[in-house]
Write a protein that binds this ligand. Structure first.
Ligand code: SF4
Ligand code: SF4
Length: 432
């Protein structure tokens, strides 16, 4: 049987044969992955052909255990995605575009300036967001990020948390909070607020002194903040941006955290999103290969120390999605609403493309058609997703990436995601 014919029988059931890397794992070994059943089995070419023939002839597999593992246990998920801005349940507040750092990979650098939100704009958005007449679900999520460094506008963050919590108590909502900070601003009031509301802390930090000072600066300042947080038993996730300058140092970073900040339990090692750092697709592909190799080594070392080393791509494998973005509701320092927090300033080239609403005259004006067009972009494109084993995890990739990477770079990125995810699946299903 030819390959396409063979695979079509699997694909029709949302089962994906994934070739495993050779020769270290032996030649012609495949992972037969059923994302909707959350299971996988190893197979060789002969097994694949046999199973495909069974599917073709009788629409099921002979072996009962395989039939239930791969086929009968499949669950088609119900996705509660926002279809209009009136359905959103996660809000990101970017209080300002002011930053006291100048990181060399900063995706927001072009938009930095002196703008910040005001309380009235935040109040208007929260009155809309925490409104029992707007939506049925009662669990909401608010995060603070940048744009700039959110805690440089601490009074606005504090106001947002206090006011939204007041509304939540009044109308019977629960709200989960988180923030991403560069770790330069800390105070007793910040600590008390984090504790009072159980806010999930994320500190962006490149861990090794030489790397932090090369890419972000301010090593000693961030160490001091981490020490204070940990002393208060507030345990942040450390978000580290993996660039070509530190891609080979991921194990060393785990070691450094274990020694210097032993209470930290979670590291997120995401690869840099700034496509301009790479001259061509070959450089990008080489970077990704090195990233994968070192990421999984660091993850293994982390396990020995009780530190989870993860990243967004890894986390995506744990959830099912039919589209990449749940629908961004991201309040920019200008009082506009963006589909993506990566785009928040009129100085950025994608600003007009991503903005679909604005706080005006005490209310919010939405362009709901534009919101629909932005969240549905995937359905118009990307035929290659149809038979990709990541279809249910990646959701076709995000709009920001598709707008910032060339087609060629995007192809490299898909190749990387598949390679990375294959390694992650082997780890998850404990396949050597
Ligand atoms: S701290 Fe964040 S916003 Fe500030 S320069 Fe660095 S990456 Fe950009
Ligand atoms: S990895 Fe690429 S081809 Fe696969 S689902 Fe994602 S965007 Fe589509």
């Amino acid at each position: 049987m030819c390959e396409m014919e063979c695979f079509a029988d699997f694909h029709a059931l949302d089962i994906y044969p994934i070739p495993l890397p050779a020769p270290s794992r032996g030649s012609d070994r495949w992972l037969l992955y059923s994302p909707l059943a959350g299971s996988a089995v190893l197979a060789d070419r002969q097994d694949l052909n046999l199973l495909a023939e069974q599917l073709k002839d009788q629409g099921r597999l002979d072996e009962g255990q395989l039939q239930s593992m791969l086929i009968e246990n499949r669950v088609i998920p119900q996705f509660g995605y926002a279809r209009t801005p009136y359905d959103v349940y996660a809000l990101t507040i970017l209080p300002n575009n002011i930053c006291n750092f100048s990181c060399n990979y900063c995706y927001a650098a072009a938009g930095h300036g002196k703008e910040q939100l005001d309380e009235q704009t935040i109040r208007t958005v929260l009155d809309f967001f925490v409104d029992p007449a707007r939506l049925k679900r009662r669990d909401l999520y608010i995060s603070f990020g940048g744009g700039g460094e959110p805690f440089l506008s601490w009074e606005l963050v504090k106001f947002s948390v206090d006011y939204s919590a007041e509304l939540a108590a009044k109308y019977g909502f629960t709200i989960g909070y988180s923030f991403a900070s560069n770790g330069s601003v800390i105070s007793c009031e910040i600590i008390d607020t984090i504790k009072k509301y159980g806010i999930k802390p994320n500190i962006s930090f490149d861990i090794l002194e030489e790397v932090q000072n090369l890419q972000r600066g301010n090593y000693n300042t961030v160490c001091r903040t981490l020490d204070i947080l940990l002393e208060e038993n507030i345990i942040p996730t450390i978000n580290t941006v993996i660039t070509p300058a530190c891609v080979g140092l991921q194990e060393k970073m785990v070691e450094a955290v274990h020694n210097r900040f032993p209470k930290v339990r979670r590291l997120s090692f995401d690869s840099v999103v700034n496509g301009e750092l790479f001259d061509n697709s070959g450089d990008l592909a080489a970077f990704y290969d090195t990233y994968i190799e070192n990421f999984f080594r660091a993850r293994k070392l982390g396990k020995q120390y009780g530190i989870e080393v993860s990243c967004i791509k890894y986390h995506n494998l744990e959830i099912l999605k039919s589209r990449a973005c749940a629908g961004g509701f991201d309040l920019t320092p200008q009082g506009t609403l963006s589909m993506c927090f990566f785009v928040s300033s009129p100085k950025e080239p994608l600003y007009e493309r991503f903005i679909y609403g604005k706080v005006e005259d005490g209310g919010i004006k939405f362009d709901s058609d534009k919101f629909g067009e932005l969240i549905n972009y995937r359905t118009e494109r990307n035929e290659r997703c149809e038979h990709c084993f990541l279809k249910w995890h990646c959701g076709g990739g995000c709009l920001f990436h598709s707008e910032t990477y060339s087609d060629e770079m995007h192809g490299v990125m898909c190749g990387f995601l598949r390679k990375f995810s294959t390694m992650a699946l082997l780890e998850r299903f404990e396949i050597e």
